[in-house]
Design a protein around this ligand. Structure first.
Ligand code: M6R
Length: 615
């Protein structure tokens, strides 16, 4: 939700800011803007509706981009106020001397706006963020000789809600002030220069050293050094960490879209997520991040899983996995629902939170609620150093590498494998026999090879996509482990191709969705040869009897299904718990190709952002 960048050093800021914004565009692309000192020391601000490429073109055409060596930039995902030039960031004080960019939501903006208007402030936008820049200006004027950062600190102590902010002033031309409460801010440390960003992606081409601001912290950056303090003004120790992202990981590497690259990365990601953890020779699963907690996890009366979107689908598979292998009852909730009911959770319970970004607002809030009630929280995150990763009691990183495509693909597979490893590790100390454990570990080990075999046949999916790209609706059916895959397939299709799609447990079709079936309605059926096969075959017949078109995802060698379905995509035979990881690949490819054929912007679907840091 919104990307923030900043730079202070000796290089020209404008190209660095634009490059940083391009790296963060997956966080929002409704508008973009920059601010930096210009002629006569006055702030030069350029902002407009549209993406960073449009901003770059407009700045180039303007011919007056200042050669400043300090500046800030923003790419927006609209919350308050439509995507428009006037609602773009940076927001600027009335005298033009302060510019601010913000990620998050100022919840008491309406009350603050009224107060500020009474003091004569005129607002230029409909955003919540603009109150902050006027508030800083107002407070700075109230306190004679006060430092810029003091005014910012005071303003932040008045606002309620979430923020990552970055502020500059023409009156303090050699300083950037950043602060965070709920929305991430990372500071990259260079030689005589500092970079600011919402996440590490824009930093890695310039530096490996970084400081992740914690909630309630503020930092002042100058060319010759930086300091971190709490917003309450107490000096903090800045923990410098090494960034472990490679530049290639955040570039398209010859693929047309990040999503396609990320789909194809999955076999390698599977190896990375299991490396050093699944040890088939030794018959063990080693999960360093939870080792001290295994006993508590195994004896939990119940495990709650909370997540949003695709991560929630992974959580549903986690329920099947943990119940099958560890025999511990599991409840899965949307994080947004969990936090607003009266959940029964206490010190004996375990909560597993799953989040690619580690910053999703609802997941974070559900996790904090569980912690307050004394539950042990285990975080499954992809982004190293993210808030959920840091605030969990224990955790397992998915090691999927940066996921840039807004539609989650490789992160999902990595989450499912982490959940499988967790289920097996928990089961090992409970009822799971050595033999079953050994078989499962061998199956995991064979997964990357099986995924590769599927991806080698990607053109088959592309051809099938051509048959279905014109449909405006689709139904996805699956049972058992493959029901969450049906949900995930439907979500993938709707989010990037804007085709309305529904995922259902196959047996539920008869209880309503069957009324939708006609010649226009493609039905994607997950029909691997497992215990539910015969039942799912009957569902296919029911669809066909009503004129529906069926695309089946089936097990290699199943010749029977080829007669029943209009199209079949085969996946290798595997244990039931591995099959969802295979079936999801053709569904990801299908949605990708349908979206591409429909001319949709695959990596940047409308109205979406990668990281949902607002409720
Ligand atoms: O970063 P998270 O895993 O917490 O994100 C959760 C959802 O916002 C995310 O999975 C979303 O549904 C994706 N766009 C799905 O492709």
């Amino acid at each position: 939700m919104c990307g923030i960048v900043g730079y202070i050093g000796s290089r020209k800021a404008a190209p660095l800011l634009l490059q940083g914004l391009k790296r963060l565009e997956y966080r929002g692309y409704d508008s973009a803007g920059v601010a930096m000192p210009g002629e006569g020391g006055r702030l030069w601000v350029h902002k407009q509706k549209g993406d960073v490429a449009a901003l770059e073109a407009a700045m180039g055409a303007s011919g007056d981009v200042p050669p400043a060596t300090i500046g800030i930039g923003h790419t927006r995902w609209a919350t308050h106020g439509d995507p428009s030039d006037r609602n773009s960031h940076p927001h600027v004080s009335m005298d033009g001397s302060i510019a601010l960019i913000h990620n998050g939501i100022i919840e008491n903006h309406a009350a603050l706006r009224i107060e500020l208007e009474e003091h004569g402030y005129r607002f230029m936008s409909d955003t919540d963020s603009e109150v902050l820049v006027h508030l800083i200006d107002h407070l700075w004027k109230q306190i004679p000789f006060a430092a810029f950062e003091s005014a910012i600190r005071q303003a932040l102590s008045v606002v309620e809600g979430a923020y990552g902010v970055c502020v500059v002033s023409s009156r303090e031309p050699d300083m950037i002030v950043v602060a965070r409460h709920g929305s991430p801010i990372v500071i990259g440390i260079g030689e005589g220069e500092y970079f600011v960003a919402s996440d590490a992606a824009p930093l890695v081409e310039y530096t490996r050293r970084a400081v992740y601001l914690a909630d309630g912290e503020m930092a002042v950056l100058r060319r010759d050094g930086f300091s971190v303090q709490s917003i309450g003004s107490v000096k903090q120790e800045a923990a410098v960490v090494e960034l472990d992202i490679e530049l290639e990981e955040i570039e398209k590497g010859g693929y047309e879209h990040f999503m396609l690259k990320e789909i194809f990365e999955q076999p390698e990601v599977m190896r990375d997520v299991m490396r050093g953890r699944v040890l088939p020779g030794e018959g063990i699963i080693q999960l360093g991040g939870v080792s001290g907690y295994l006993a508590a996890l195994r004896s939990a009366p119940r495990i709650h899983i909370c997540a949003c979107g695709t991560s929630w689908h992974a959580g549903l598979i986690g329920e099947y996995l943990i119940e099958e292998f560890a025999r511990i009852p599991v409840e899965v909730d949307y994080a947004s629902e969990f936090r607003y009911r009266s959940p029964l959770i206490g010190p004996e319970d375990v909560m597993v939170v799953i989040s690619q970004s580690g910053e999703t607002a609802d997941t974070l809030a559900a996790m904090r609620m569980a912690k307050e009630r004394g539950a042990t929280v285990l975080g499954i995150c992809n982004v190293v150093g993210s808030t959920i990763a840091r605030e969990s009691d224990c955790g397992i990183y998915t090691h999927a590498g940066p996921e840039i495509g807004v539609a989650s693909t490789k992160a999902f597979s990595a989450q499912v494998v982490v959940l499988a490893m967790l289920a097996l590790a928990l089961g090992r100390g409970r009822a799971l026999t050595e033999e079953r454990f050994g078989e499962a570990v061998r199956e995991l080990h064979e997964l990357p090879g099986k995924m590769r075999r599927i991806l080698e046949r990607h053109q088959e999916v592309e051809r099938i996509a051509g048959e279905y790209a014109g449909a405006d609706h689709a139904l996805y059916l699956g049972r058992g482990y493959n029901f969450p895959v049906a949900l995930e397939g439907a979500l993938k299709l709707k989010e990037i191709s804007y085709v309305h799609a529904e995922g259902y447990p196959a047996a539920e079709m008869k209880h309503g969705p069957i009324a939708l079936i006609d010649e226009e309605m493609p039905v994607v059926v997950l029909a691997p040869q497992d215990a539910n096969y015969r039942k799912v075959r009957s569902n296919i017949e029911e669809v066909r009897a009503r004129g529906g078109r069926v695309l089946a995802v089936a097990t290699e060698g199943d010749r029977e299904i080829a007669r029943a379905a209009d199209h079949v995509f085969y996946v290798p035979d595997a244990a039931p718990f591995i099959v969802p990881l295979l079936c999801v690949l053709p569904l990801q490819l299908l949605s990708y190709h349908v979206a591409a054929l429909r001319g949709c912007n695959v990596d940047r679907p409308r109205n979406l952002a990668k990281s949902v840091t607002v409720e």
